[in-house]
Design a binder for this molecule. Structure first.
Ligand code: PMP
Length: 400
């Protein structure tokens, strides 16, 4: 009965790893997936995560019962505090509802399904370009996806004018997806002044912000600084949604830990919104997994572990920044044609190199370097040892 099923293409991002795994070359390099690696090229489990897990395992009172539909209550409270700030007026006024979801992706999906059922405007504007999964998540949830200009290939920076024009001409009430920090794939973020302009414009038109916060702490190394854009939109008293992921900042990729928060007008509305979120979640996966959320709650609750976490997080962010510098220097040393300053200017895990798909294909074929065809490289997958190989490949690709 399934013989008519056609083979689907690999996911454009995860497919990079599939191709990488098949390559027998000893010099192969995977710069496709946005997962952190040490300078030895190894995946990293944070020390605080090991410590929290150890203590959780030793606590015999812990059981494996189902969590509520909305997840672990402590985890939800602490996640809201992490993104909105401990002194957030919205939290104090009880007008935030937070539900534990399956990492960032699951949080986006639950938020989108809620909007498709209960919000009057079904159109969501996403940046051009954006993370490849965004349009699929929103379309399948029942929203209609449009794009706003974001990246300017000429400056390899923000197309701020284009962004304002496109958001400014969106229909009143439309949803706008915003990357809270460390925009993926471009590594280009608005300045705080630009965020303020975006906020004013959006509020004046009654547009609904939906923040995707997948890299809090990874852009600047500071959890509070990276949350500033979100907090600006909370401080004005308006409504918004935020999808949070602990994949990158706690290295909990495969544990699938995240949260969706919806900031509402008042506590009564927040309660009703939460009751409807339960109706979205229950038939989807019933309730979320307990292990990863327990680790996060354990760390966020304990002052010492929290402080240790911020130090480990900063170390990851700093290593990425140092890779940017090393790659930039290596290209300069080779006299590679072009202005490569965007490598050090861009923010977060990725560099949007400006290499085209033919150059990327060349680098894969000749140098066994794997990356997405849009020229995005994960700086987190790079190490001091592999920088020269990548610089050689880029040099060869652009001088060919
Ligand atoms: N949003 C953005 C912008 C991302 O880059 C990612 C991860 N690549 C996610 C959301 C979701 O990641 P996860 O579901 O693993 O938390």
């Amino acid at each position: 009965v399934f013989s008519h099923v056609v083979r689907a293409p690999e996911d454009p991002i995860l497919g990079v790893t599939v191709a990488y795994n098949k390559d027998p070359s000893p010099v192969k390099l995977n710069l496709g997936v946005g997962a952190y690696r040490t300078d030895e090229g190894k995946p990293l489990v944070l020390n605080v995560v090991r410590k929290a897990e150890q203590q959780l395992v030793n606590d015999r009172s812990r059981v494996k019962e189902y969590l509520p539909i909305t997840g672990l209550a402590d985890f939800n409270k602490l996640s809201a505090k992490l993104i909105f700030g401990a002194d957030s007026p919205a939290i104090q006024e009880n007008r935030v509802t937070t539900v534990q979801c399956l990492s960032g992706t699951g949080s986006l999906r639950v938020g989108a399904e809620f909007l498709a059922r209960h919000y009057h405007q079904r159109t969501i504007y996403i940046p051009q370009p954006t993370w490849g999964n965004h349009p699929k998540v929103f379309t399948l949830a029942g929203l209609s996806v449009k794009t706003y200009r974001y990246y300017d290939p000429a400056t390899r920076g923000l197309n701020f004018q284009g962004l304002l024009e496109d958001i400014g001409s969106a229909p009143s009430g439309a949803i706008v997806l915003l990357h809270a920090c460390a925009h993926n794939p471009t590594g280009v973020d608005p300045t705080l002044q630009q965020w303020e302009n975006i906020r004013k414009l959006m509020r004046s038109k009654g547009l609904l912000p939906f923040f995707d916060s997948a890299y809090q702490g990874f852009a600047s190394g500071s959890l509070d600084s990276d949350a500033k854009p979100v907090r600006m939109f909370v401080a004005d008293g308006g409504e918004l949604l935020v999808a949070q992921s602990y994949a990158k900042n706690m290295g909990l990729y495969g544990e699938r830990v995240g949260a969706l928060s919806i900031v509402c007008r008042n506590a009564d509305v927040a309660g009703r919104v939460e009751s409807q979120l339960k109706l979205v979640i229950r038939p989807m996966y019933s309730n979320p997994p307990i292990h990863g959320a327990s680790i996060v709650a354990f760390i966020l609750k304990d002052r010492n572990l929290y402080n240790e976490w911020t130090i480990e997080l900063k170390a990851m962010a700093d290593r990425i920044i140092s890779m940017r510098r090393q790659l930039f220097d290596a290209l300069r040393a080779r006299g590679t044609p072009g202005d490569w300053s965007h490598i050090i200017k861009q923010i977060g895990m990725f560099t949007f190199t400006g290499l085209n798909s033919a150059q990327v294909a060349f680098m894969t074929k000749e140098y066994h370097i794997y990356m997405t065809s849009d020229g995005r490289i994960s700086m987190a997958g790079l190490s001091s040892k592999t920088v020269p190989h990548l610089a050689d490949a880029i040099h060869a690709a652009v001088t060919r």
